[in-house]
Design a protein around this ligand. Structure first.
Ligand code: 44T
Length: 875
């Protein structure tokens, strides 16, 4: 969770105006000397104090001493950080910024500390400021791009670009205001748009609240730019904290809000509206006294919502939420126990969310509806009793006729938002809107082939202000089979059902019967092995080609090393080895020859270390951190006949967690180090090349880093969708308001978590190699490269999506743009679309600085020959 509280501020000290006098000069020069001495002795705290004194007394020395001062500050801050002296750390930064208020390096570095502490908003403010001071400062750029997505989420752009939605809200507000609602509160104002609509429609008083600091500041800027400064009162607070008359002078006649997420209630609209009705709104128009004028009655826009659900089969959802394979990389998975994703509506576990979100129409591989859409809930936002009763309502059960054949993977949910009696917005999968749908995945480890004639029994409830939908049973031939009791870790265990191939055509009937037969009857004989994996970790585990590739590459390396050792004789195989092996091999592992040391530093859950260990004569180290995950690996090891000592947990052994990359022991080197080089979101992992450099120094002769090389590919595309997600488009104002220039400051040129296979776009070129990162030879990497690519069709190039070919060795490679992959793709959105005609040559200037990529495109006037690399600038 980000730290949302405000960081304590240091009190301002008085600064005295320095005077010229010899004693002072003497003090300055002695302090400067002491500062340098302390710096030399690595006594950074004292050095820092001396520098402060020097620079406060003699600001003329700032230019001269700025480098050393910064260096001292950063060193001292790291020490304070590791000592947990957070207040002192920020005090030092504030003192430093009093001396150097426009030093982008100090500002950026303070942002990094704030970010690590969880003060994301403040951190982003610092990165933003550093970037404004120095627009091409790569560190600040990378930092800012990483946080901008959280601060101003991408959907703000989508929503502001959604003209239909904007227009409908505007109309509904205008009608209400013209009808007499003249005091208005906009809850969760974002950029201020709905509040401004109310003001423009003629409301006498408009208030707005916004809990995010960044959005609040943005709203203030926007409202001022639209000449409404002072006419809309914006509060930086959550509506639940607002009181009359402290924050607003009296109750209002209209609340407008769009604090709804894909699952409708996830932004807390129920709680906000209950609070608003009880504390901020005039009483509703009553049926007993319909004569009350609208200015004396309260109402809400939207007036209510209707929620729909539908059961679906969808492989893409399944592989992210359930283990679908019985074997990975030569390891049988049955012993892993029950693995599930953090999305579950039946679990009591706090760490799980009831739903995730997807745009069904853009899921790779599509989906099959298994039922018709059904009405899950109707809610009237103008009825406080109904809102209050929602969470105490009985769980309702619906029986849904199954209309399609397939495995039950999820319930998909969307809604119609009734703005008023006449107008509504739909977030359905078939609508042309920017909305995603809420996905309630089915988590049971069994597969349930449904078929027409069955009835699916779904329970609908509202708990912790979330709407929860749970498929609980299937009715077939007059019998009811419960589905959900595998999920709750506190409930007794049932026998595991058949796992393995989820293909419904494999005797679906038999599978259903056996899956269902083992549910709800037998009781547990012991505690259950129940482990949570992130969705991407689950998808990775389900990715057989990935594991098979690693298995083959590891096997090849071990064979080569064995051959080399047998040629060289036993004691020379280990590079620097000088002492005889004293390490364990006691117990069942054959002490035999020296083991090969393999380190897997994958982030999160990974079975690669275990696969290495299962090769025999390997001692594998896993950097899996969570105890539960380690337990899964141990169980898998036992079940797959891997001796206990062949697998160790590296982070339990290294003292300094920062220094993960070090030798296995003083006199040993690694045979293989597995680096995790591409993040799920589609970006190269931060500090990858630095890690590779370090890793290379820790390899024995003939040892290898996996992967040895990654190649970045891209292509030219025309995609309006990407534009709509990246910035408010067009020259015209949004609903007549000037909003775009303000929110567009948060435009980030690199889009992550894309699904390129379903992205709405036109391909304007073939794929082209953009960059090579050679992990076995980091010196050979360039930071700039010009690539020429020929347009295969005419159009506007708006973006360059990119992905990676990950070469484990010369023969074996994996693509991050692959159907089974846990990886998504990323794209650089061009600053300006580039018009191309078929056959044109486009020059892409690609820069990889740190781990962030930037690309600019221009038309190449001279005809190219090969269409690949034109020139390479090595730095
Ligand atoms: N996502 C839509 C959510 N807030 C929409 O801080 C739709 C997601 C979405 N402020 C793809 C497409 C779409 N008091 O700035 C936020 C939030 C603020 C409050 C004060 C409160 N009680 C609240 C509650 C929330 O309201 C703003 C809008 S909330 C969500 C909107 C295009 N993926």
């Amino acid at each position: 969770m980000p730290n949302t509280s405000t960081r304590p501020k240091r009190g301002r000290r008085n600064r005295r105006v320095p005077r010229e006098d010899p004693a002072r000069n003497e003090l300055v020069s002695r302090s400067l000397e002491s500062a340098q001495q302390c710096l030399f002795n690595q006594d950074y705290g004292t050095a820092f104090v001396h520098y402060l004194l020097v620079l406060n007394l003699a600001p003329v020395l700032k230019d001269f001493a700025s480098e050393s001062f910064r260096f001292t500050l950063f060193k001292w801050a790291d020490e304070l950080d590791s000592l947990g002296r957070i207040q002192d750390l920020f005090d030092c930064y504030e003192q430093a910024l009093e001396l150097f208020p426009t030093d982008e390096v100090i500002i950026n570095s303070m942002g990094e500390h704030l970010f690590r502490m969880g003060f994301r908003d403040e951190a982003a403010g610092h990165f933003h400021k550093a970037l404004k001071l120095k627009p091409d400062y790569p560190e600040a750029k990378e930092n800012f791009y990483r946080v901008a997505n959280w601060l101003v989420e991408r959907w703000h752009f989508l929503m502001l670009n959604d003209r239909r939605r904007n227009h409908k809200y505007q109309q509904a507000i205008q009608k209400a205001v013209e009808g007499g609602c003249n005091t208005v509160l906009d809850i969760g104002t974002g950029t201020g748009i709905l509040g401004m609509c109310a003001k423009k429609a003629g409301a006498a008083e408009v208030y707005a609240c916004e809990l995010s600091k960044t959005m609040y500041e943005l709203a203030c800027e926007v409202v001022t730019a639209n000449g409404m400064n002072g006419r809309i009162k914006i509060l930086h607070m959550k509506s639940l904290e607002m009181e009359v008359p402290k924050d607003i002078p009296k109750r209002v006649s209209l609340v407008v809000t769009e604090t709804v997420d894909a699952g409708l209630f996830g932004e807390g609209i129920i709680e906000s509206l209950i609070h608003a009705w009880n504390h901020l709104l005039l009483p509703p128009q009553s049926t007993q006294d319909p004569s009350r004028p609208p200015s004396q009655a309260g109402r809400v826009i939207p007036a209510g919502a209707t929620v729909f659900g539908m059961a679906v089969q969808c492989l893409e959802i399944r592989r992210h939420h359930r283990l679908c394979v019985s074997e990975i990389g030569g390891l049988a998975t049955a012993a892993a126990g029950e693995l599930h994703s953090p999305v579950s509506c039946s679990s009591e576990d706090d760490s799980t969310e009831p739903y995730t979100t997807e745009r069904l129409s853009r899921l790779p591989g599509g989906y099959t509806p298994l039922t018709e859409p059904f009405n899950a809930l109707d809610i009237d936002f103008n009825n406080v009793q109904e809102l209050e009763g929602l969470c105490s309502r009985e769980v309702s059960r619906v029986r849904l006729p199954v209309t399609g054949e397939g495995l039950l993977d999820a319930l998909a949910v969307w809604f119609q938002l009734h703005l008023d009696q006449q107008s509504s917005l739909s977030t359905g999968p078939k609508e042309d809107t920017c909305w995603e749908q809420a996905i309630y995945p089915v988590q049971t480890p069994h597969n349930f082939p449904l078929r027409p004639g069955d009835e699916l029994i779904v329970e609908i409830s509202c708990r912790d202000a979330y709407l929860r939908l749970c498929s609980v049973a299937v009715a077939r031939d007059g019998r009811e089979f419960r589905l959900d009791d595998c999920l709750d870790p506190d409930k007794p265990r049932n026998n595991p059902g058949p796992s393995g191939n989820p293909n419904p055509s494999l005797n679906a009937e038999a599978e259903l019967c056996s899956a269902l037969a083992c549910l709800g009857t037998e009781q547990s004989s012991g505690p259950r092995d129940y482990t949570m994996l992130e969705c991407a970790e689950m998808a990775l585990l389900n990715n057989q080609p990935y594991h098979d590739s690693f298995r083959r590459a590891l096997a090849k390396l071990i064979t080569n090393l064995k051959d080399a050792r047998s040629v060289q004789g036993p004691s020379q195989g280990q590079g620097l080895e000088v002492m005889p092996l004293t390490d364990p091999p006691s117990g069942p592992m054959d002490p035999g020859p020296d083991p090969f040391y393999v380190l897997d530093v994958s982030e999160g859950f990974s079975v690669l270390s275990l696969m290495a260990a299962s090769q025999g004569q390997v001692k594998a180290y896993s950097s899996v951190e969570k105890t539960q995950h380690q337990a899964v690996l141990r169980r898998l090891a036992r079940a797959n006949g891997v001796p206990e000592e062949a697998l160790e947990f590296w982070l339990n052994q290294v003292e300094d967690e920062q220094a993960v990359l070090q030798r296995p022991s003083r006199e040993k080197l690694w045979s293989a180090i597995i680096l995790d080089c591409v993040e799920t979101c589609g970006l190269v992992r931060q500090k990858l090349m630095e890690k590779a450099t370090l890793a290379r120094c820790l390899l024995e002769d003939g040892g290898q880093i996996f992967p040895e090389r990654i190649v970045l590919y891209g292509m030219l595309v025309e995609s309006d969708t990407l534009l709509l997600e990246s910035a408010v488009q067009g020259q015209e104002p949004t609903l007549g308001f000037n909003i775009a220039p303000f929110i567009n400051q948060f435009t980030v040129p690199v889009h992550v978590f894309l699904d390129l296979s379903t992205l709405q776009c036109r391909h304007l070129s073939d794929s082209v190699e953009l960059f090579i990162l050679d992990l076995m030879n980091t010196n050979a990497n360039y930071t700039n490269r010009d690539v020429k690519v020929q347009a295969s069709a005419s159009g506007r190039v708006t973006a360059v999506p990119f992905w990676y070919q990950i070469h484990l060795n010369e023969e074996i490679s994996l693509s991050t743009f692959n159907q089974d992959s846990h990886w998504k793709q990323a794209a650089v959105v061009l600053h300006q679309p580039l018009a191309v005609r078929e056959g044109d040559w486009v020059r892409l200037a690609v820069t990889l600085q740190k781990s962030s990529i930037s690309i600019s495109a221009s038309i190449e006037e001279e005809a190219g020959e090969t269409g690949t690399v034109d020139s390479v600038r090595v730095r």
